[in-house]
Design a binder for this molecule. Structure first.
Ligand code: AG3
Length: 275
């Protein structure tokens, strides 16, 4: 029997709801409010500041599309940097690629990592992999200060509020450009074209000024605002819709195919005309 309905507003006066049968965790970290609810239809849901970060039932769409789109474009990706993504879902997907030697994850909020280890073992499994390294620190400072170089940088952030605002700013993208190898790729989550079109357009313009190649791509994620979600892809040389291997050798995928990869760069007219 549900104890209450959790609602997240997506546009003024409309949104999504979940019947909650148990509150598994609820606390304030140094940065944000973290909650885990057991729901009737989407399994466990992780909330940050009252916004759905992931659900057990549909997290595979987001995590596969953030990671396998860039990873399937090159077998030379060995060093990966993940900024945010404290739940571990992105790292789990990266670890499926055998050519990856090392993943450095920079997450500002230790509580997200602890909560994922406790409540989302299917996401946090990669934390024990010898190729995985975690740093609890601020991603914005990290990219400013590090002299390490990466083949792929993934920004797996929350919405642009609180500590995540700087993850959508030009300075941050400039620093990522500096720490990427010449064949490097940057992919970041970029909100909902249905709900945040203006914001997406602003950020896309910034990144286009910094990287020679920039493309937006989309995926259907039922529990994110309006269900239509976008990602930003930036690189120096790599074209994201170049000829791909006819299919990916990794077997445990539920969303990504090379056809989906190509199709995800086809944008609806209302979006395409704006970015
Ligand atoms: N990061 C993007 C979630 C944004 C959802 N926004 C919202 N519900 N208003 C997800 C992190 C998963 N690793």
């Amino acid at each position: 029997i549900p104890i209450f309905q959790f609602k997240e507003e997506h546009l003024p006066g409309s949104g999504i709801y979940f019947d909650v049968i148990d509150i598994l965790f609820s606390a304030h970290s140094k940065y944000q409010r973290i909650e885990v609810f057991q729901t009737t239809s989407y399994g466990k849901v992780l909330l940050v500041d009252g916004k759905v970060m992931l659900t057990e039932r549909d997290e595979f769409v987001y995590h596969e599309m953030l990671t396998h789109v860039p990873l399937n474009l090159s077998d030379k990706i060995k060093e990966v940097l993940i900024i945010g993504g404290g739940d571990g879902g992105s790292a789990r997907e990266c670890l499926k690629h055998k050519n990856i030697k090392h993943i450095k994850q920079v997450e500002i909020d230790e509580m997200v990592v602890e909560v994922s280890k406790k409540f989302f073992p299917s996401l946090s499994s990669g934390f024990n992999d010898p190729r995985f390294e975690l740093c609890i620190c601020d991603g914005i400072n990290f990219v400013k200060q590090t002299s390490d170089k990466f083949d792929l940088v993934l920004v797996d952030s929350t919405d642009p509020i609180g500590p995540a605002v700087g993850l959508f700013e030009a300075d941050f993208f400039e620093n990522i450009k500096r720490i990427l190898n010449p064949e490097g790729i940057l992919v970041f989550q970029l909100e909902s074209p249905w709900c945040h079109l203006e914001f997406i357009s602003e950020v896309s313009k910034k990144v286009k000024n910094i990287f020679p190649i920039f493309k937006n791509y989309v995926a259907f994620i039922p529990t994110y605002p309006a269900g239509l979600w976008s990602f930003g892809f930036a690189s120096f040389t790599i074209d994201p819709i170049k000829e791909l291997p006819s299919d990916i050798s990794i077997s445990d995928l539920k969303y990504y195919t090379t056809e989906i990869h190509k199709a995800s760069f086809a944008l609806p007219r209302f979006f395409k005309n704006y970015v």
